[in-house]
Design a protein around this ligand. Structure first.
Ligand code: NAD
Ligand code: UGA
Length: 464
């Protein structure tokens, strides 16, 4: 079966880049990305491709090439579903904020809405692909909804989790470590659907990197991969605290440990804590699933990864307070970086939000600079915490687009995102314009200690 028309529901960080790359690599397939968020779709269609809603290196070029040719962005969800042979569901699956499983389970209401809409609109057979990260056995619920339409339409459900990381999405999509496709491989129709999706990816991914499994293995592999990655960050962050007490240096430890080929060197960078929309949500979901099967030791094991991460964010912030003679009340603290990692404008679960909140609770005056995050996003992130009134947030936090202005007259600077430009700044000038003693807290191990101490900074880097 050859796919001619793809629809993707959800034009976010996954749907947008993934579909742009599929469209670029498969010029004979029409790809329509739909979303209920009109503002987002308008931004994807902006004449100036630099204004697309997601900042990802290399993405504007891919969108420019395919948009209008075989890549379309639209709010007409019904029309795109109707036309498609293959539908990707790429909507958000946040942690539930209400009811049973509140704060732990994945909220599947957006997924279910998509399934019901697909069931209502479809008149021809379709392959439905779970692209969103979902709890194991979600496909069963989707199948139940789709198989009960009574209109004779046949649906095949595949799981095709996405492993891209933000900031490197285009490279990850162009040259993935693997593509994972779960389907009903024991039935002829299921196998045909799996093959159809394999053929889409085979336009640019070597077949040896395309894994096919049953649906449940595919769904669970995605949660497992994120849990393992986050666990490495929490493991090295746990060591960072021990390094600070013992005179060891976490970068040296990570290097020595990572050169063991069984361990590997990636994802061993100590930080102020991992952020992003997925690690925490997916581990909480894993913990919830384990608990729901009565596997309490399994649940506790993975929950510790989150506990460690929360501790790391808090400990970084509390160290700022204790270093500044146990009070930051009325003191100006400059935050460099707000995004959860470099090369993205995404701030979801960014450590910066929690560090800022902690310092605001201690009555600090916060000034923020991030090269890609807008002021309105920073205020929205703080307002969402409900720690204080919106007026109070605007009174106590200032966002500027000049890093030197942000640091002027500050008592302390905290580096919270590893943007390359922070390495290149004129630290001598920054020091001159600060209050003394001038404290510099590096939450990313981005800056060189020796040169900063020579300038005169009181320098603190996580993990040494
Ligand atoms: P996102 O919030 O950026 O995008 C989701 C989009 O879906 C939103 O624009 C929303 O308006 C839209 N949407 C929700 N319900 C809809 C509906 N019924 N009809 C049409 N549009 C609808 O989310 P994201 O970061 O792209 O993540 C999507 C999924 O992919 C999540 O399950 C996430 O866990 C997973 N994932 C994310 C990443 C990542 O790096 N962000 C990587 C791998 C997997
Ligand atoms: C992560 C995974 O890397 C992707 O494979 C996955 O598809 C995605 O989650 C998802 O499911 O959403 P992402 O969150 O975009 O991708 O970015 P990462 O590079 O994994 O970084 C996550 C967080 O961990 C960032 O805050 C980063 O600064 C931090 N981190 C990462 C460290 O502190 N140290 C490290 O060594 C690596």
């Amino acid at each position: 079966m050859r796919i001619r028309n793809i629809c993707c529901i959800g034009a976010g960080y996954v749907g947008g880049p993934t579909m742009a790359v599929i469209a670029q690599k498969c010029p004979e397939i029409d790809v329509t990305v739909v979303d209920i968020n009109e503002k987002r779709i308008a931004a994807w269609n902006d004449k100036n491709v630099e204004n697309i809603p997601i900042y990802e290196p290399g993405l504007p070029e891919v969108v420019q090439e395919a948009r209008g040719r075989n890549l379309f962005f639209s709010t007409d969800v019904d029309a795109a579903i109707d036309k498609a042979d293959m539908i990707f569901i790429s909507v958000n699956t946040p942690t539930k904020t209400y009811g049973i499983g509140k704060g732990m389970a994945a909220d599947l209401k957006y997924i279910e809405l998509c399934a019901r809409q697909i069931a209502r609109v479809s008149k021809t057979d379709k392959i439905v692909v779970e692209k969103s990260t979902l709890p194991v056995r979600t496909a069963e619920a989707l199948k139940n909804i789709l198989d009960n339409t009574g209109n004779g339409v046949n649906f095949q459900i595949l799981s095709n989790p996405e492993f891209l990381a933000e900031g490197t999405a285009v490279d990850d999509l162009m040259d993935p470590d693997r593509v994972l496709i779960g389907g009903d491989i024991d039935s002829a129709k299921g196998k045909e659907a799996v093959d159809a999706l394999v053929n889409v990816y085979a336009h640019w991914v070597p077949k040896s990197k395309i894994l096919t499994t049953n649906v449940w293995s595919s769904e669970l592999s995605k949660l497992t991969a994120n849990a393992f990655l986050a666990q490495r960050v929490s493991s090295i962050n746990a060591m960072s605290e021990l390094c600070e007490k013992t005179g060891a240096d976490v970068t040296e430890v990570a290097k020595a440990v990572g050169m063991d080929s069984r361990i590997g060197s990636k994802f061993l960078k100590s930080s102020v804590g991992f952020g992003g929309s997925c690690f925490q949500k997916d581990i909480l979901n894993l913990v919830y699933i384990a608990k729901s099967f009565g596997l309490h030791e399994v649940a506790d094991y993975w929950e510790q990864v989150i506990i460690m991460n929360d501790h790391q964010k808090r400990r970084f912030a509390s160290n700022i307070v204790s270093s500044l003679f146990n009070t930051v009340s009325g003191k100006k603290i400059a935050l460099l970086g707000w995004a959860f990692k470099k090369d993205t404008n995404d701030t979801r679960e960014s450590a910066a939000i929690y560090v800022a909140d902690y310092l605001l609770n201690e009555q600090a005056e916060i000034v923020v600079y991030d090269p890609k995050v807008k002021e309105e996003q920073i205020f929205a992130d703080l307002d969402n915490l409900n720690s204080r009134s919106e007026e109070e947030n605007r009174k106590r936090v200032t966002v500027l687009n000049d890093p030197y202005e942000v640091c002027r007259d500050a008592h302390a600077i905290a580096v919270l995102t590893e943007w390359d430009e922070f390495k290149e700044m004129d630290w001598g000038k920054i020091y001159k314009d600060m209050l003394k003693p001038a404290f510099l807290f590096d939450g990313r191990r981005l800056l060189e200690r020796k040169t900063k101490e020579e300038i005169g900074f009181e320098f603190y880097a996580i993990g040494s």
